[in-house]
Write a protein that binds this ligand. Structure first.
Ligand SMILES: *Cc1c(COP(=O)(O)O)cnc(C)c1O
Length: 359
């Protein structure tokens, strides 16, 4: 067996311990005589799996009792529609556009009502987070929408926007469980798990109970109502059962590591190694305004496309894979999620140093 250092933005690296455990349990999950993949989602065994996963997530994030945790499908992208369908009572919402994912959500929002762009960083290729301390938010906006960590551009809000009393909705796909959060500051926190938690196919929605109502936009499908899934405790229909099981294992792994405060510390240490190198390199440079740098996704360039391509190719041959930047921005991007060991980042930096000396 040979494992690479996988810097993919998603689906992404998972803790080896979790993968090993899943492998051990593949044929016979805890004496059930079957794999979790083969199990009824209505069985007692599975009920324990999903309930434990929720309980562990609640503990990790310190989720208040008046928030529901939903395990859904459709990816983060389906939430771009589900959010307005369920929340746009006044048919108006404010969007802060800090990258492609936020922009997609904004455009989807326009299908259901008046989506107002209240701030954007598109003027400088989304390389920064706009000042959100005094935004012109319409009085009757149903919510303020952000993408908290911009996976493609490598920026992160270090301070949440002043929503002026409006409900905050945040896509945290690429920073989920990377550091402690105060859930009570949000109306909805959601994310696809394939970035920092588990396998593709699960999206977790943490939603304040008062936002879960029957009063959705006309024509909202049953499957796209939060109420449907909240009432059925994520078992209205067959959930992404195996994916949830792996997420549960990752929650336990994070708990064992010491929780979100320890994750943050580890992530800061890892990111510092890479950013410190970028800041002194004569060949490589980061593309994001320093104050807004993400701990999870680190984009960088050499300034020469051919050299970028050579680097990506040689890195891959050396066992550092998926370093190519997003197809829309070019250059390189190292995603260094929770499961990326510090050693992976140290070795990558050593490889970059060597590449710099040789080229
Ligand atoms: C990857 C990503 C998405 C899209 O996720 P899907 O599950 O593929 O729909 C949305 N938002 C952010 C921040 C992402 O990183």
């Amino acid at each position: 067996m040979s494992r690479v250092y996988n810097f993919s933005a998603g689906p992404a690296v998972l803790p080896e311990e979790v993968l090993r455990e899943a492998a051990e349990e593949m044929m016979d999950y805890k004496g059930s005589g079957m794999s979790v993949m083969e199990m009824s989602h209505r069985s007692k065994v599975y009920d324990t799996i999903i309930k434990e996963a929720e309980a562990d997530l609640r503990e990790l994030m310190n989720i208040p009792d008046h928030y529901k945790v939903l395990f859904l499908q459709g990816g983060a992208s389906q939430q771009f529609a589900m959010i307005p369908m369920n929340l746009m009572k006044n048919k108006k919402a404010a969007y802060i556009v800090t990258g492609q994912w936020a922009k997609k959500a904004f455009q989807e929002g326009k299908l259901y009502g008046e989506a107002v762009k209240v701030a954007s960083s598109e003027d400088e290729t989304f390389s920064y987070i706009p000042d959100c301390s005094n935004l012109d938010i319409p009085e009757d906006a149903d919510y303020v929408y952000i993408c908290e960590n911009n996976t493609i551009y490598g920026t992160k809000y270090k301070k949440l926007p002043d929503t002026k009393g409006h409900t905050l909705v945040a896509d945290v796909s690429s920073c989920f469980l990377s550091e402690p959060v105060d859930v009570s500051e949000y109306g909805i926190i959601y994310g696809g798990v394939q970035k920092n938690i588990g396998p593709a196919g699960v999206v977790i929605v943490i939603i304040r109970e008062d936002l879960i109502t029957e009063d959705t936009l006309p024509g909202t499908p049953t499957m796209l109502k939060y109420k449907t899934h909240a009432d059925a405790e994520s078992l209205y229909n067959t959930p992404p059962a195996y994916g949830i099981y792996i997420c549960g294992k990752v929650f336990k792994w994070i708990k064992k590591m010491g929780g979100l405060a320890v994750m943050k510390q580890r992530n800061e240490e890892k990111a510092k190694i890479l950013y410190d190198f970028l800041d002194q390199s004569r060949m490589f440079k980061g593309t994001v305004r320093k104050e807004d740098r993400s701990l999870m996704n680190v984009p960088f360039i050499t300034g020469d496309q051919e050299l970028d391509a050579k680097f990506v190719k040689e890195a891959e041959a050396a066992g550092f894979v998926n370093l190519k930047g997003h197809r829309t921005v070019g250059g390189m991007r190292a995603s260094i999620y929770n499961a990326m060991p510090k050693e992976g980042v140290e070795k990558l930096v050593a490889f970059m140093k060597k590449f710099e000396e040789e080229n």
